[in-house]
Design a protein around this ligand. Sequence first.
Ligand SMILES: [Zn+2]
Ligand SMILES: [Zn+2]
Length: 793
Amino acid sequence: MNRLFALLTLYICLAMPLSAQQVNKVEFCGKSLVGKDSIALHLKLLDGDRNAVKGLSVDQLKSYLRIRENSVTDEIDMSRVSIRPVSGKSGTRIGEDYTFSVLVDRNIPDKEAVYKAVGELVNSAPDGCVYLSFYGDDVSTSQLVTSKNYENFHDKFMESSREKYFFSALYSKLAEFTQSGSESLTLMLSSDYQKNPSIARRASENKGHNILFVFVDGSQDASYEDVSDIEINEYQEAHLTDAGMPRVYAFLYTGENAQPNENMLNALTWAVEPITDGEILKELKGKLFNSTNMSQALEDFAQAVNDASYDYDFVYQVIDLYSGNKVHYQALWNDEPIGETDMTIASAENPFPSEDATASNTVMKYLMALLVALLTFAFFFIVVKILIPAMKSKSFAMKYYKNYTPEAGVNRRICYYCGQDIRPGQRVVTKCKHIMHSHCWQQNGFRCSEYGQSCKTGIQPHVDWNMMFTKDSMRECKQTLSGIVAALVSWVIYELTGRGSVFNGLASKLTSLSLTPEHTLWTDSVSKVSAFLAIGLLLGFFLSLFFRYNDDYRQKDFKIMLKIVGLSLLSGLIGMLSFAVGGMIFSAWVGGLSSNVIPWYCSLPAYLLFSICFSLSLCICSSIPVKSALLGGILSAVIGFIVLYFSGNIASQNGWMNMLLNFIIYGGGLGASLATVRMVAERYFLVIQNGVRQGIEIPIHKWMNATGGGRTVTIGMTGDCEIQMNWEKSNKVAKEHAQLYIDHERHIPMLKPLTTGVLFNTRAELPVNKEQVLNNGDSFRIGDTSFMYIEKD
Ligand SMILES: [Zn+2]
Ligand SMILES: [Zn+2]
């Protein structure tokens, strides 16, 4: 029995080597995108005392470490994983969520070596993680040091001082990590001292990743001051549970034969091992390195920096698409969950992985994009030609189809279509005064038999299957198709130019207004804002180009084309500018949230602002109506946004698809909303009846529309008039003689004389300012010129 037990114990020991039990926690220290299709998770393994577990072999890691993504069942398949130990001093090896405050004694010897050692920390940490301050005659403000500005601090290292206000320094630098208010103590701070708010903010967001390094020359006693080791100890005890509290690593140099001052030693000992309820608090356990020579002190420092560095890259080849959604990671060691974090990877505008750029893939991608564009057009066609008319028809029928009840004082009602009596209870249409049987109404093509002559309103919208694919019907879809094509062109350029990466410089400047490069979401935000800028410029320019080209009915000579291109460039710039402001709102919002992930709604204001500004820019020098451009623009921007941000999991293999859909839904939707308004007025023409201009058709609909306010066509002698009668030789025409416009309620064209001498249908002279309804075929005369009003089908 004993033997069996011994055997069993041996077996268990063999199966569970020491390394498996040692690892107590896996810390996630950020991520980076590797190549075209892999993500590296930066990991640090800790034992029960929160010391880094180093020297594990890749095989050991591969057999014990598992990482789950998003859900319990979603374990990353180890066949896709390679684990790389990260080693060597060079390069960034520290997670960007770490915050270091380095406090240096101005009196410490061999400061050139200290300067160099701190420089190595600065170089192995991402920009924005390291803050530096000094103490001596006073305590200096903590300043951000980066690999770029570090040289500027050399002179500050070399300054020396007479005093040594050590306790003020330790106290104020500890206190800088928490957001709590300053205690009422007299500290020996520099006259321009300021608490650096970035430290507390970063620290509270990244609990457990905060470190205070203190360099102390123990061979010289601290100067006398109000604050002492007692106050420091009290402060730390009171704030032990604050999220931002740092671990303290102290490097005490004492020199040969020197004994450090007891109070200084106490302060440091307590600071590196804070005690709560009689026990050392593990999470905040730092270390006091006591050395008699400087080179040993600096080696200790290098070791402490190394302990903060992550040691392993868990690199896995991705199979899913990442488009800025929040990803939850959970690390398991020997099937025990021992660490988790949330991260966002890539963005909706610039998803990862960007697909494999082999030639055949690229061709397939653009062919698929074309197909998607065609399908989207088909979708819009069905909506505009079938769904919307069907709904309108239904609502018309509910409103105007009634069972006939005999009216008082009317003996008999005769159907205007078939001429037979309408009997009580029969289904009739009551839209206009020409009451008809409903079947007669439908037989007449869903309209009143008098429609077009003495009836203006008797028509029912309906799905017209026969007319659906006629030339006229297709012409109505021209704006929609133009919007889709313009969006497709914009998208192709967006893809070919690296999804906005050309604007990285400008985007960094905009983002830096509200975020600092030290922010954990800095790179994600910059990449997002540069994508914004590209989207604004491209969509703004191409949509405007296509819509304006359609809007301008004139012969397109060089001058007119130049104007169209120029105005489109303006729209592109306005689009880019609005996205620049949107990007600033975005980064300000992201900066205000204490989060490691970017929520979807931070991007919404940018898209809305763009759609509003771009719609308004479209109306400059064109007949595009403001109201429909705004409504159509906002509506399609919102739908496009929803598709972009919430279809992430649908087209998981083709990340570019969501952005393409966003583009063409916006372009097509905006085009459709411009087209439906156009359809109402597109049939109205004035035809000149006599003189040198005889037979010329003036498309007055170009200036009129059914929804836009205030757009009128003025006829007169001056150049301000839409129709300038510069051919008229008589002096009977006034500067502004008459006006045409559409009555918004009834959708009827009206003529209004502004002065005397407008002859209507060659009979009566119209009174000034009295509106006259224009019917198809009506004519009027101004001066010697006769105009005929014509509605085309
Ligand atoms: Zn009838
Ligand atoms: Zn009628």
